[in-house]
Design a protein around this ligand. Structure first.
Ligand code: ATP
Ligand code: MG
Length: 393
């Protein structure tokens, strides 16, 4: 008999008819996430996904940590299994709930029996276990109306379960339940956060990185690979598309006025992203842009960037403050990697006086000096694909 984990489903409960497919998607994501941690049984009953170890090899502690990062779970708790005997249940509760009982000022016990042959009624069992707990933890009073802690006991077919307090899950919707998008991943602080936010809405993501070797180093690329790998804990496995960007940047540098460098470069990024999206059935382009943060993030600049694609661009950070973005990057675990000091392709060719309020027609005129189509095809032909999985973390 081992612990089980109970995962409460989040928003997907509201989805009526789609609910079943959301549940299946979530269970698939959970199974894949737990596969490297041993053998688990995963099933769903009444908007709760149950995870049970199937044999001794299953690492239930690691599973609990991993499940905190799976989107679609709003809260999760563990329950300890024990013999279906009142004294054994009380002993288990006293030992298993020690930390919770020492902190809480008041508690109550709620019991549920699906095995009706159990010798006590639910109320009798609650009273008995409550009495034993109160004796073991005299600092915590029984309060059946507004308890700080509710202890749940469940008598099921094979065992009895004592539930610990729930902790918050990652929320959101199961990845894959809301389609696919490409996400532009630089080595900066912002784009890992924007990727995380759109994954949270249930979108499967294909990260794209534009790489300008030798202007940007191998170490800069490794950093982006590491960021994408860190994100797989939330997004599930992904394939990073590394697009060779050097020739495009050199062409822009040689043939266009300096003040337009960034704008034209960003238009190339969007065109290539759209083509990768089309090839993979992705329906949107995610970026980490943030209104007013840098010269290329004015509304006019965004208009000229987005004019080259028909796909919606999703910019979840657009209205956030830098400090809020930094906090989130720390929370999801990408910040320390993002601040490693490697150059990005944008910084290498940054104009001294960038155009901040460009007209689209102006940018088009300047860009006419380039063979846009051929450059896009050449970049697409040189893509390197790197498969990433959280198993490698
Ligand atoms: P970040 O912190 O994500 O680098 P930023 O504040 O530096 O963002 P910009 O340099 O203007 O902003 O880039 C805006 C967005 O364009 C980035 O958030 C990212 O989505 C995308 N982007 C920029 N450079 C690259 C790159 N080399 N490869 C892929 N995407 C990029
Ligand atoms: Mg950047």
């Amino acid at each position: 008999m081992t612990d089980i984990i109970l995962c409460k489903l989040g928003e997907i409960v509201l989805k009526g008819l789609n609910r079943k497919s959301f549940e299946l998607k979530l269970m698939g994501n959970i199974r894949r996430r737990l596969a490297p941690l041993g053998k688990f049984r995963v099933y769903c009953l009444q908007s709760t996904v149950y995870v049970e170890a199937e044999d001794e090899s299953a690492d239930i502690d690691a599973a609990f940590e991993a499940l905190k990062k799976v989107f679609g779970i709003i809260k999760l708790s563990r329950a300890a299994a024990c013999e279906k005997d009142p004294a054994a249940i009380a002993r288990r509760a006293i030992e298993y709930l020690r930390d919770d009982m020492l902190v809480a000022k008041s508690f109550k016990v709620e019991s549920k029996r699906s095995d009706k042959s159990f010798p006590m009624t639910s109320i009798q069992l609650s009273q008995y276990v409550g009495g034993e707990l109160a004796e073991a933890y005299p600092g915590t009073a029984v309060d059946v109306h507004e308890p700080e802690l509710t202890v749940y006991i469940e008598i099921r077919d094979l065992a009895a379960y004592v539930h610990a307090a729930a902790v918050p899950g990652a929320g959101g919707m199961p990845v894959g339940s809301n389609g696919t998008a490409v996400t532009l991943l630089s080595g900066g602080i912002d784009s890992p956060v924007s990727t995380y936010m759109i994954a949270k809405r249930g979108v499967r993501l294909i990260p794209i990185h534009y790489f300008s070797f030798p202007y940007t180093s191998q170490a800069a690329k490794e950093k982006v690979i590491e960021l994408a790998r860190l994100l797989t804990e939330y997004t599930g496995r992904m394939t990073l598309e590394v697009v060779p960007f050097t020739h495009i940047q050199e062409e822009i540098r040689d043939k266009c006025p300096e003040e337009y460098f960034t704008l034209i470069m960003r238009r190339f990024m969007m065109r290539i992203a759209e083509r990768i999206a089309e090839a993979n059935g992705a329906k949107a382009i995610v970026t980490g842009e943030n209104l007013g943060q840098v010269a290329s993030q004015t509304m006019e600049a965004m208009a000229s960037t987005q004019a080259v694609t028909h796909l919606p661009t999703l910019q979840p950070l657009v209205g956030m403050d830098k400090e809020e973005i930094v906090q989130m990057a720390r929370r999801i675990g990408t910040f320390d990697t993002s601040i490693l000091p490697y150059e990005d392709c944008c910084t290498v060719f940054t104009p001294r006086h960038p155009r901040t309020r460009p007209k689209i027609s102006e940018v088009e005129e300047v860009e006419a000096a380039l063979d846009v189509q051929a450059l896009v095809e050449e970049a697409l032909a040189g893509i390197e694909r790197i498969k990433l999985d959280h198993e490698e973390l």
